[in-house]
Design a protein around this ligand. Structure first.
Ligand code: ADP
Ligand code: MG
Length: 699
């Protein structure tokens, strides 16, 4: 049977070659199916007719019933407009058109009753409605109106060809009549029944032509469920394939390196959470499958030492490991920390970054290839082609958000079998996102900070209160503590960046002058070694204050620092603010995070500041961030095409996601290859989608 849904859109009644061309170009609608999945962005309630006297400031789109009493053309050229007086039994209101004036003048019939649809706005302290939709009112019009009218996005080009929201709605209607009974179900009867879902066909019909409010809600629910269900089904499948078909390196031993470090060198007791995570990693490494684990832990939760201990297991099994970091400063930091922790242990650790000198680099490359180096820490310099390992068994990626999927794959490709991968992130990922994006990874969470840390006190000061901020700074410096002052990165203008930093330096040098005080400055214009020099001075305690743009955002560890001052805090994203705050509070003393802003805060800015004042918990921050921003612009998710849900909204639909996940899980438990007859709807659908690669080689 021919697949009706694949019919080219040109064959739809009322479309034709010209319209079909713009539909393709402007909306990507090539076939019936594309139109079927071109969903309205909003619905308006047309079941109610308002009166003019009821119009108030908070009305959005409304319907009015009345007559046009007079029309008049006002203004010249760009201000030229058509104004019509529209009246019902309660009053009158101006209707205004800026375009198609002649056409409107010709078509308006005086003393005829119209049903009007539009959005009132206020101009010169009077209500008016620009570009309303008008329909001659008759009993027939009334009947033909559905109570919930869908609104579709179109474009100027489409509107010029007469394809406005209404026209799309009409096309959808014509198509639905034609394909009735031919939309294949893609969920099994069991799943539909257990989750009390509408059928796929009924849902799609109601998305375009809602019968009523309740059915519309159920239709939307069904589509959301479907989207999330297939996402979860696919992720489980990927995970299954990884565990069963991709061979990994087996690390059967925990030997001298690990044990010596653990029993003799570790300067503190591990937290319960760190121990738990190391056990989880250990279990992965022992087995025959490749590890692919995401390690989440709030800033300061102690991920570095977990990474190190994992690498020591690799050493015990005669494998090399590497840590990839997004910045050179962070690579240096890890290098110093790890060298220091390992002290006199016989492990060869090296660092490879873009700024390594030629001779040194050659030596390092040689020693990576012959296996003399056990652990290498570096930036993306590590993924250059000339970097060859003797036997890379483990790759650790710190702060994964900054590495693209392709970059990661390149590193994996360096060895066969591909190394175990541990991805560490301090950016807490909200549960819904973690489930939908990383559902194929195993996840470990460090949900506990080392003991004896006092929660950081977060405060908000306006610019005007500099003296109070200075007071806190003086007190802390007097106690021997150190202070970060961070300025926002002004992306449009590096000069402006520098100006802010320099102005800040000038002001602070005035208040905290030499020789009693010393200040370090780090910004994007400095060379890597200059940055390093300034960072080192601060780290060694030679300077009291470190002024910087966001370069210290990731990973810097100076436990003696106790104050984080964030200038123009409203310019930072919520997660960024939280990351910055995590730079202090690493010692046993009370620490402070001071957010500085002007009075002119946007609502968004206020929300972020108040979220910071309200909680220290990274996961709560991540969830709030998702609510404030929506999931759209989380790094990498857009391009990856992983999260192209049409209706599901990860900031709201946790409950549906959980259901979908459970459903996918139980399905795969009983029918792992989805081959039972009752599950053919799912199988057929999967084989048609982008998910098919995971399912094609099913026998
Ligand atoms: P992050 O998870 O942000 O990378 P780090 O690994 O940099 O955190 O650790 C933050 C600080 O806490 C470091 O100074 C580290 O030495 C210290 N630390 C880590 N684990 C513990 C622990 N179990 N007890 C005490 N201090 C710890
Ligand atoms: Mg870290």
């Amino acid at each position: 049977m021919l697949d009706l849904l694949k019919t080219p859109i040109v064959y739809l009644k009322g479309v034709g070659p010209a319209k079909s061309e713009v539909l393709k170009m402007e909306l990507g609608i090539f076939t019936y199916e594309d139109l079927l999945y071109y969903f309205p962005y909003r619905y308006v309630d047309k079941s109610k007719i308002h009166t003019i006297s009821e119009i108030s400031d908070d009305l959005s789109y409304i319907q009015l019933k009345g007559q046009i009493r007079s029309i008049q053309i006002i203004g010249e050229k760009r201000t030229k407009r058509l104004v019509a007086k529209f009246e019902d039994e309660t009053g009158s209101i101006d209707l205004i058109w800026f375009n198609s004036i002649k056409w409107i003048v010709d078509s308006i019939r005086p003393n005829t009753t119209y049903l009007l649809f539009g959005k009132p706005s206020i101009f010169n302290r009077r209500y008016n409605i620009t570009h309303p939709e008008l329909d001659v009112f008759s009993n027939e019009t009334k009947v033909s109106f559905i109570s919930f009218q869908p609104l579709y996005n179109t474009s100027e080009k489409l509107k010029k060809r007469g394809v406005d929201s209404r026209a799309v709605s009409k096309m959808a209607y014509a198509m639905l009549q034609q394909i009735k009974g031919s939309i294949p179900e893609n969920l099994s009867a069991d799943i539909i029944q257990q989750n009390n879902l509408l059928s796929r066909e009924e849902a799609l019909f109601n998305i375009h032509y809602p019968a009523d409010k309740q059915t519309l809600a159920r239709a939307i629910h069904r589509i959301k469920f479907e989207e999330l269900f297939f996402n979860q089904l696919n992720l489980y499948r990927t995970k299954q394939l990884r565990l069963t078909r991709i061979r990994g390196h087996e690390f059967p031993l925990v030997g001298d390196f690990f044990n010596t470090f653990y029993h003799e060198k570790l300067p503190f007791e591990l937290t319960q959470a760190q121990k738990k995570v190391i056990k989880e990693i250990r279990a992965d490494l022992k087995g025959p499958a490749q590890m692919n684990r995401l390690l989440q832990g709030d800033v300061g939760s102690g991920k570095t030492v977990v990474a190190l201990m994992t690498m020591l297991i690799a050493c015990d099994n005669n494998y090399q490991s590497c840590i990839m970091t997004p910045t050179e400063v962070l690579a240096q930091q890890h290098f110093a920390t790890i060298k220091n922790l390992l002290a006199d242990m016989d492990v060869n650790v090296e660092i490879l970054t873009g700024s390594a000198r030629v001779a040194a680099r050659r030596k390092i490359l040689e020693n990576l290839a012959n296996g003399t180096i056990s652990i290498v820490i570096g930036t993306h310099a590590l993924i250059e082609d000339r970097v060859v390992f003797k036997n890379l068994g483990l790759t650790i990626i710190d702060e994964q958000h900054r590495f693209g999927v392709a970059q990661r794959a390149k590193l994996w490709g360096k060895n066969n079998p591909i190394p175990h991968v541990l991805v560490m992130t301090a950016t807490p990922i909200p549960r819904t996102l973690a489930m939908t994006l990383f559902g194929d990874l195993n996840v470990s969470i460090i949900d506990e900070l080392p003991k004896n840390r006092k929660p950081i006190k977060t405060m908000h000061f306006y610019d005007k209160n500099r003296l109070r901020i200075q007071g806190i700074m003086r007190e802390e410096i007097a106690k021997g503590r150190q202070i970060y002052v961070v300025f926002p990165l002004i992306e449009e203008s590096e000069t402006l960046d520098l100006k802010h930093v320099n102005d800040g330096l000038e002001a602070l040098s005035h208040d905290f002058p030499l020789p009693d005080f010393a200040i370090s400055v780090v910004h994007g214009k400095l060379k890597p070694e200059e940055k390093q020099y300034e960072m080192d001075r601060f780290k060694k305690g030679e300077t009291n204050i470190l002024i910087s743009t966001t370069v210290i955002e990731v990973g810097v560890d100076v436990p003696n620092a106790s104050v984080m001052i964030i200038e123009d805090a409203q310019r930072f994203g919520l997660l960024q603010l939280h990351q910055l705050r995590g730079r202090v509070g690493r010692g046993a003393e009370q620490s402070y995070c001071i957010l500085v802003t002007g009075y002119d805060l946007t609502q968004d800015g206020k929300d972020r500041i108040s979220a910071m004042l309200h909680t220290n918990d990274g996961f709560e921050i991540a969830n709030l961030d998702l609510k404030i921003r929506g999931p759209g612009d989380i790094d990498g998710t857009r391009q990856s095409g992983l999260l192209d849900f049409k209706l599901a909204d990860l900031s709201k639909d946790d409950a549906i996601l959980l259901k979908a996940r459970q459903t996918a899980e139980s399905l795969l438990k009983v029918d792992p290859e989805i081959e039972k007859t009752e599950n053919t709807p799912m199988k057929k659908f999967l084989l048609q989608t982008k998910y098919k690669t995971n399912w094609v080689f099913i026998s």
